[in-house]
Design a protein around this ligand. Structure first.
Ligand code: FAD
Ligand code: MG
Length: 298
């Protein structure tokens, strides 16, 4: 049994940020990480991350690696590679979980476990995720070079993409049988100059070519989809943390200090907000650390 004051599960942007604040407060902190970041597909595609101050246009893996290196320079940080599981509130009120053969008992627990994306089953879409298929206009809209942008509908959020992306280029909204805008919505799309395509998609080819069922090929600079998100880890449910339903999927409910509904359990990053990015994950991580630290004093 390993006893620690603070444990952070998830060692990506949110978890690294939380651990850094605790390390700087001279607290003992254990970080457990399985190494499966949400944006790893961007690295695999040789693409870069955008919008995070001082790191715009840098590879996601590099941003995480520099943060980890700076964190591990603090003597009170321990890092464990592996998947945390079987979390529960122990009889003594501490938070217990397993990593392989090791049982960990923590006084305070910060969940920074992220989410996993489920893309619509359009042939050729998943292979291009992080390369020419994205979900966040602020992260990747600028790289569309103000040209043709395809929106592959999989939920009513496609309407939102259809209205937004007109600021980043000339959008075509491919309804693909997944979403039917009403007359008001169609009028709003038209006002924004967004084309609506009702012919279903057969497959995606090349960089971001949309092949329709009627044989037409529409060449796009990139595509936007609305993946369904799932909590990447069942740890929050194992502990009994209350969840909320966001527009793309469930996330862990937190208060403004990032405390969950379970005493001494905090959460941050994509796992604990309706929609996230690196900047927000880092901010939430810092706040979770402040909340967890403060809870030991008062
Ligand atoms: P993650 O980065 O997903 O990390 C979660 C970590 O927790 C992982 O290392 C995982 O292995 C670990 N973990 C999970 N469960 C366990 C467990 N049980 N035990 C141990 N470890 C566990 N954001 C931007 O700001 N700019 C961009 O350009 C950008 N581009 C993106 C492009 C794509 C295609 C995608 C999908 C996302 C992009 N994002 C971008 C969003 C960004 O990836 C996320 O907001 C960010 O990764 C959230 O950080 P996080 O620390 O909350 O979670
Ligand atoms: Mg918050």
């Amino acid at each position: 049994m390993k006893h620690v004051d603070f444990a952070v599960i998830g060692g990506s942007y949110a978890g690294l940020s939380a651990a850094l604040q605790l390390a700087r407060a001279r607290r003992q902190v254990l970080v457990v990480d399985a190494g499966v970041r949400r944006n790893r597909c961007v690295d695999e595609a040789g693409e870069t991350s955008h919008g995070f101050l001082t790191q715009d246009g840098r590879a996601p893996a590099e941003i995480a690696a520099v943060a980890k290196q700076q964190l591990l320079a603090y003597g009170t940080v321990q890092w464990m590679e592996g998947l945390a599981d079987e979390a529960h509130v122990a009889a003594d009120g501490r938070l217990a979980f397993r990593v392989g053969e090791t049982t960990v008992s923590a006084g305070r627990l910060i969940l920074a476990t992220g989410v996993r994306d489920e893309l619509p089953p359009v042939p050729g879409l998943a292979e291009r995720w992080g390369r020419s298929v994205f979900h966040c206009p602020y992260c990747h809209g600028h790289e569309m070079n103000a040209g043709p942008i395809g929106i592959v509908a999989s939920s009513p959020l496609a309407q939102h993409h259809g209205l937004m992306l007109a600021d980043w280029g000339t959008p075509t909204l491919f309804l693909n049988g997944a979403f039917a805008p009403d007359n008001d919505e169609l009028a709003a799309l038209q006002r924004r100059g967004t084309r609506v395509e009702t012919t279903p998609i057969d497959r995606i080819e090349g960089h971001a070519d949309v092949l329709l069922k009627d044989g037409r090929r529409l060449v796009m600079n990139g595509l936007f989809a609305q993946p369904r998100t799932h909590l990447a880890s069942p740890i929050a449910q194992q502990l009994g943390c209350a969840l909320e339903e966001g527009p793309t999927g469930p996330f862990i409910r937190v208060d403004p200090g990032q405390a969950t509904s379970v005493t001494h359990v905090f959460a941050c990053g994509d796992a604990a907000r309706a929609a996230g990015n690196v900047t927000l994950a880092v901010a939430d991580g810092a706040m979770a650390a402040f909340g967890a630290h403060r809870s030991t004093m008062f």
